[in-house]
Design a protein around this ligand. Structure first.
Ligand SMILES: *Cc1c(COP(=O)(O)O)cnc(C)c1O
Length: 442
């Protein structure tokens, strides 16, 4: 959790995944979210954190949520919507980052030291991370966002946080440029070590861990604990963090029949699931910008399992990706992957049409990311669709679908009028590093 990436540049994963027996699963089905979170996380954490401390970290993390169920499930037409957007920044990333911020502060207070968090965002990670650690002791946060390519509300949710430990950096480039800079600085081992760099992107294992919880929660609420019911989850996907948590829930024994990987027109992952070829293209800006990525930073974790936990095979794929911009897997592996995953890429027109249709048929407003997941699940009645953002966060897209802009929830109503702070820099690792050094030493 503290190191982010492994020292060889790869991703960290648990040695083994605990398996939850069916009798236990049934008793979990009725637990409140916080109690369930403790049960799901404990087997991974072991005795590294005393139970009472972990419980109080979980309680504090979710006290900032506006809904008493934290992640409620609501019936909308023939689907069920798992609302993950009741945290302070109105996106699902709060579920993990409110927890992570408290956990960082706890571990630093207990073990000593400080942390300089560095992350790149396509919009939602940055604001959720900033809100997770603002004002926390022994932590500074530096967040890179692509200048002009995040929604105005997302930008304000970051730049209006004026706490001394928060540093917003707009870069002249794309999200992938930002992500590449972060990777480069984490691979600068001397810099990483001497300045205690930490990660909040979904490469941080603790984020994945916190996201496993709501798959169990949704299953319990939807089935009442009847383990003969295997559910379909549809997940709007960018960096493969959210859906990887669903995959882990399945490995832990949650009865899931399919995970639908839903992308917008930036479809590298949905093409991979359908064709077995991972091939980098250009990034296209869309109305679901938090999914506008090409290289998916968590995907390697799943690939490791798919390739039989063979690190050399994964390394060969990653080398092909770096050299040729593509790699492929065998037909047999593709078939194996399709037992777990289905995939669809949803166009801009289909996304808007889904927002319009759901609104006119049920009165429910989908944000564009959630709409991608709902559209991808068209052939799966009863599917649980993960709602990853509140519609007001992407008001312009909603406006163009239904002709009216959703209102920001009360506490954020004056967001566009608040004071802001950020710097604008070139998308160059050396420039970003120098800026960080100036801040840290200044
Ligand atoms: C981050 C984000 C996604 C994509 O999640 P990944 O874990 O990167 O796949 C989808 N929707 C919204 C609103 C997001 O903020």
């Amino acid at each position: 959790m503290m190191m982010g990436l492994a020292t060889d540049g790869g991703l960290l994963i648990p040695e083994s995944v605990p398996f939850i027996p069916a009798e236990t699963l049934r008793t979990w089905a009725k637990l409140p979210f916080q109690t369930l979170a403790f049960e799901v996380m404990s087997p991974f954490i072991g005795d590294e954190i005393p139970a009472d401390d972990l419980k109080s970290l979980i309680d504090r993390a979710y006290a900032s949520f506006a809904h008493k169920e934290i992640t409620p499930v609501v019936k909308v037409g023939d689907k069920r919507i798992l609302e993950l957007f009741h945290g302070p920044t109105l996106a699902f990333k709060d579920v993990a980052l409110q927890f992570l911020g408290n956990l960082f502060e706890y571990l630093l207070a207990r073990d000593g030291g400080h942390l300089n968090i560095l992350g790149a965002t396509s919009g939602d990670t940055g604001s959720a991370a900033i809100h997770g650690v603002r004002g926390k002791s022994n932590i500074r946060i530096f967040i890179l966002h692509p200048d002009g390519r995040v929604s105005p509300i997302q930008e304000r949710q970051m730049t209006t946080v004026l706490d001394d430990n928060v540093h917003n950096i707009a870069i002249r480039g794309s999200f992938d440029d930002g992500q590449a800079i972060v990777k480069a600085l984490f691979n600068d081992l001397e810099f990483k070590k001497s300045h205690s760099l930490g990660a909040v992107n979904s490469i941080n294992w603790a984020r994945i861990l916190a996201q496993i919880v709501y798959y169990f929660y949704a299953w319990g609420r939807a089935t009442g604990g009847d383990d003969s019911q295997r559910l379909v989850f549809s997940v709007p996907t960018g960096n493969f963090g959210d859906i990887y948590a669903g995959y882990l829930a399945m490995q832990m024994g949650l009865p899931v029949s399919k995970l639908i990987l839903a992308t917008n027109r930036n479809d590298i992952l949905s093409r991979f699931v359908r064709e077995g070829v991972y091939e980098v293209g250009d990034v296209h800006p869309t109305i679901s910008p938090s999914m506008d990525i090409q290289v998916s930073s968590n995907f390697e974790r799943y690939l490791f399992d798919l390739l039989g936990r063979d690190a050399d095979a994964v390394r060969a794929c990653m080398a092909d990706l770096a050299e040729k911009g593509r790699f492929s897997i065998s037909e047999e592996k593709r078939a194996l992957m399709n037992e777990t995953f289905a995939a669809a890429a949803v166009s801009e027109e289909e996304t808007l049409e889904q927002i319009r249709a759901t609104h006119s048929e049920t009165g429910y407003l989908l944000d564009p990311h959630t709409a991608v997941g709902v559209a991808a699940a068209a052939d799966y009645p009863g599917a649980i669709c993960l709602a990853t953002a509140h519609p007001a966060k992407f008001g312009a897209a909603v406006q163009s679908a239904i002709g009216q802009e959703p209102e920001l929830p009360g506490p954020l109503a004056d967001l566009m009028d608040r004071e802001t702070r950020q710097v604008l820099l070139d998308a160059d690792a050396a420039v970003i590093k120098q800026h960080m050094l100036d801040v840290i030493d200044g």
